[in-house]
Design a protein around this ligand. Structure first.
Ligand code: NCD
Length: 489
């Protein structure tokens, strides 16, 4: 892995490596020891505001002897002329960028760009410096460095997180990182409107509250601002702003041991100014670890590890379960006491859960299929195989599906079988490993790169969430949705 796109790509050993490597850069950073020029170029493309992340990446690159090209604000680029992020990134790659550090409101753009540049044959590492409300993985590394430095351990800590947990990318990345480390206790405090999406905390020891009192006994409290720019309306923002303030009185109640962290900026006094220089408030020290953490991450990407990493999930494979003459098949069915009129040429999709049948039927009908015979959806047939005892089947006379269509259907209904009748032969096909959907469906998240970049729009991709009860995860923006929502637009 040469990219740093999302904590969801990390394994525990990688986190451990980054934290340790960051330590090795602390002294050079504090002494401003600059390395010999390397001739390599780091480009910072920041189309959202930043003080700490941009500055610390710049300084990290400078200390490592790297050249820097800094783009602050989309108004400095042709993005304002409606050029796409894809085209912009290709230009930066052409202009010798080795590492592209990108901050953008477009969720999933870093992963999309990493995969797109790999496809085009460019060797550029992407560092996600914050993509909308999704991820901020390099911040998670500096947050872990801060915890480890402060407490000499992370496992066993009771960690409170307060504020806008739904929209804070730093929280999303940090919680996923803590999940990898394990054995931490999380106390989440927020207004219900901005509670953390449950998929981030699966498997973690977590309690949820809307009161600061729940933070009693925490070793550290990580405060975040309400992310005003992510709200659909000012009214929605005003409903939740200013609810949680850590001031001198709260700090005293929490006790003399607790430490207060904040990724900053403090926007609305959520850590009161009266305690900004209190020894228990370590948010500036935390920000200071940004330079060594980013030195470690930049160095790692420049180690010339030419591995492919951003792309995932191989396409599903197909299995031919049986192939026999139609007559043979009929004889067998009759022996089992099943009587139906066979179709001579065409496809029968069988073993669909009833609720998926309707959705699949709707999707199939969107494509004009020329000279078709009968096509019908039979819902509520008895099924021995499906746990509900009922199934749907789709009959498409004179019609054969492309492998991608079968993959889509199997993604929506993994129990589906495809019976093709052609030239007197009956062939039963099953799609295996249909846990990814590529090229079809629309991500319901309006901030997703697949909604905002015309090239990315051609490549939507989704993954089944294991144990997620029919939920899927967008490959790019990482949001979770019910499967059926992918076909609403
Ligand atoms: C955060 C960000 O941009 O996500 N800041 C940072 O990078 N240190 C936090 C925020 O904006 O609230």
């Amino acid at each position: 892995m040469k990219h740093v796109i999302s904590v969801s790509d990390f394994v525990p050993a990688a986190l451990d490596f980054f934290v340790r490597e960051a330590w090795s850069h602390e002294l050079p950073y504090e002494r401003r020891q600059r390395r010999e020029p390397t001739g390599k170029l780091v480009t910072l493309l920041f189309t959202e505001a930043s003080t700490r992340t941009r500055g610390s990446n710049e300084e990290a690159a400078r200390l490592l002897g790297l050249d820097r090209y800094i783009i602050a604000g989309s108004e400095a680029t042709s993005l304002v002329k409606n050029e796409s992020y894809s085209a912009t990134a290709r230009m930066l790659a052409l202009q010798n960028t080795s590492v592209l550090v990108i901050r953008t409101p477009v969720e999933g753009a870093p992963r999309w760009l990493a995969e797109m540049l790999e496809r085009y044959g460019y060797d550029v590492a992407i560092h996600n410096a914050g993509d909308g409300a999704n991820q901020h993985p390099t911040q998670a590394v500096l947050d872990l460095v801060t915890l480890q430095r402060q407490f000499d351990r992370i496992s066993g800590l009771r960690i409170g997180i307060v504020g806008d947990l739904k929209n804070s990318r730093t929280v999303h990345s940090l919680v996923q990182a803590l999940r990898l480390i394990g054995e931490v206790e999380l106390v989440l405090v927020s207004s219900p409107e901005v509670a953390l999406q449950p998929w981030y905390t699966e498997g973690l020891n977590v309690s949820v509250s809307d009161s600061l009192d729940a933070l009693t006994g925490c070793d550290v409290v990580y405060v975040t601002r309400v992310q005003r720019e992510r709200f659909a309306s000012e009214y929605d923002y005003l409903r939740v702003r200013g609810k949680y303030v850590i001031n001198a009185a709260v700090l005293e109640r929490l006790g003399p041991e607790v430490k207060i962290m904040h990724p900053q900026p403090v926007a609305d006094g959520e850590v009161a100014p009266e305690i900004w220089n209190h020894p228990q408030v370590i948010m500036d020290r935390q920000a200071g670890y940004g330079v060594p953490a980013r030195m470690a991450l930049l160095q790692y990407s420049l180690m010339d590890v030419r591995t492919r990493s951003a792309a995932s999930a191989s396409p599903p494979t197909e299995q031919i379960v049986s192939e026999e003459s139609i007559e043979e098949r009929l004889k067998q069915k009759r022996a089992e006491g099943q009587y139906f009129t066979p179709i001579a040429e065409g496809t029968v999709i069988d073993h669909l859960p009833v609720e998926a049948g309707e959705l699949i039927w709707g999707i199939l009908k969107r494509v004009p299929r020329g000279q078709q015979g009968v096509s019908l959806l039979a819902a509520g047939l008895r099924s021995k195989r499906l746990p509900s005892g009922y199934k749907s089947s789709v009959v498409l006379e004179q019609c054969f599906l492309a492998p991608e269509e079968r993959a889509t259907i199997a993604f929506l209904a993994p129990t589906a079988t495809f019976n093709e009748f052609r030239g007197g032969l009956a062939r039963k096909i099953k799609v295996v490993d249909a846990d990814a959907l590529r090229g079809v469906g629309t991500c319901p998240n309006p901030a997703c790169v697949t909604r905002l970049d015309p090239e990315a729009a051609l490549h939507p991709a989704f993954h089944t969430v294991a144990g997620g009860d029919g939920q899927v995860r967008c490959h790019f923006c990482e949001q979770h949705f019910p499967k059926a929502k992918l076909f609403l637009t």
